[in-house]
Design a protein around this ligand. Structure first.
Ligand SMILES: Cc1cc2nc3c(=O)[nH]c(=O)nc-3n(C[C@H](O)[C@H](O)[C@H](O)COP(=O)(O)O)c2cc1C
Length: 339
């Protein structure tokens, strides 16, 4: 049912990231080697209320397949209805249920990772959604609510019994947020405990990371999130490393600049929510993210903090190139860049 997880394949997924993995970024990562992509999470209630903005989050192009739409909610029947509605609009390859979101707004309504504390409700959500739709349903979860209640193996078995066809495990608890390190030992335990494919997620940033985690565990694929925000080439770099054992040459400054421009241009062309200024302004933190491994990145981040047009982007990049002799050959520490 999920052909990209068949025996000899080992897909690299682009992680769902709210505010990041929109239709434009998904397409760009697909071009750079991401095998499977997932939309950012959308509220089942938003879908049922035919909220245009929510619907916009589920938008995708056929070239992005295989693609999953990720739903969150606390009522399995309503989520099943929302999933059917999405399928009526445009049939994704799978529906993914979010059991990992740590943010209070979601958790306080019993959505996301809060369901890890309530296994009967989690089972009900999974069962109802799986029953409601004719396409595969997968789930993404954290390893537990906090360090005292790590229950990923138990939850994974429940999900398998409820008809979920693959599970992505982010190796952190809800309490950790994005701090500390992902616990790949627990991810490995989950992969050993269920028959359905498990995709491992957390702190993967290179082909070597993929290789190590693949060797250590029985995961059937890897999902990459934050590393792709800074370095969307990570997918093709990882594939090259896995195939040849040779580390890929990192994208050059010129390639990064061309990518930044392309990302802004596509975002402007696709936007139905504002003109060039609004879109470029909304891209500021994304542009800053792309400077993480560039010498003189700090200079660029300072400029990107004010940017509002493509012309300014060109001017900043030209200024950077004129002044490139000033910059060290190594990137500076980048604590000022939002993760
Ligand atoms: C900005 C941001 C937004 C995220 N939004 C979602 C989301 O909508 N759904 C989800 O399941 N996980 C979301 N996540 C979690 C990621 O999918 C992923 O599990 C996490 O970043 C760990 O993987 P990484 O170490 O490769 O980044 C988000 C993470 C970030 C940084």
């Amino acid at each position: 049912m999920l052909p990209w997880l068949n025996s000899d394949r080992f897909p690299l997924y682009l992680a769902p990231m709210a505010g990041v993995t929109d239709v434009t970024f998904r397409g760009l990562c697909k071009d750079l080697g991401a095998d499977v992509v997932v939309t950012e999470f959308v509220s089942a209630e938003g879908i049922l209320q035919r909220d245009d903005r929510t619907r916009h989050y589920t938008d995708f192009e056929d070239g992005q397949r295989p693609l999953g739409v990720q739903l969150f909610g606390a009522d399995g029947v309503r989520m099943g209805e929302a999933a059917r509605k999405i399928i009526d609009w445009k049939q994704p390859d799978f529906i993914d249920i979010n059991f990992g979101c740590p943010v209070n707004k979601v958790v306080s309504k019993n959505g996301g990772s809060s369901l890890l504390k309530n296994c009967p409700m989690l089972a009900e959500v999974a069962r109802e959604v799986a029953k409601a739709v004719p396409i595969p349903v997968t789930a993404k979860m954290r390893i537990g609510w906090d360090a005292q209640s790590i229950n990923a193996v138990e939850v994974a078995k429940i999900l398998e019994d409820c008809g979920i066809q693959a599970i992505t495990v982010h190796g952190r608890t809800r309490a950790q947020g994005y701090t500390g390190q992902a616990d790949w030992e627990v991810i490995g335990q989950v992969a050993d405990a269920v028959k359905i494919p498990v995709i491992g997620n957390g702190d993967i940033a290179s082909g070597m990371d993929v290789e190590v985690r693949r060797a250590q565990t029985n995961v059937r694929g890897i999902m990459i999130g934050r590393a792709a925000m800074a370095n969307p080439w990570v997918f093709q770099e990882a594939k090259q490393y896995l195939e040849t054992g040779v580390h890929a040459t990192p994208a050059t400054v010129e390639q990064r600049f061309a990518f930044m421009r392309k990302h802004c241009e596509l975002a402007i062309a696709r936007s139905n929510r504002g003109g060039e200024f609004e879109i470029v302004r909304s891209m500021r933190s994304r542009l800053m993210g792309y400077t993480r491994s560039i010498p003189g990145g700090k200079f660029l981040r300072g400029r990107f903090g004010q940017i509002g047009s493509l012309m300014e982007l060109d001017d900043i990049l030209a200024e950077y190139q004129r002044q490139s002799h000033r910059f060290h050959s190594r990137p500076e520490p980048d604590e000022d860049v939002p993760a």
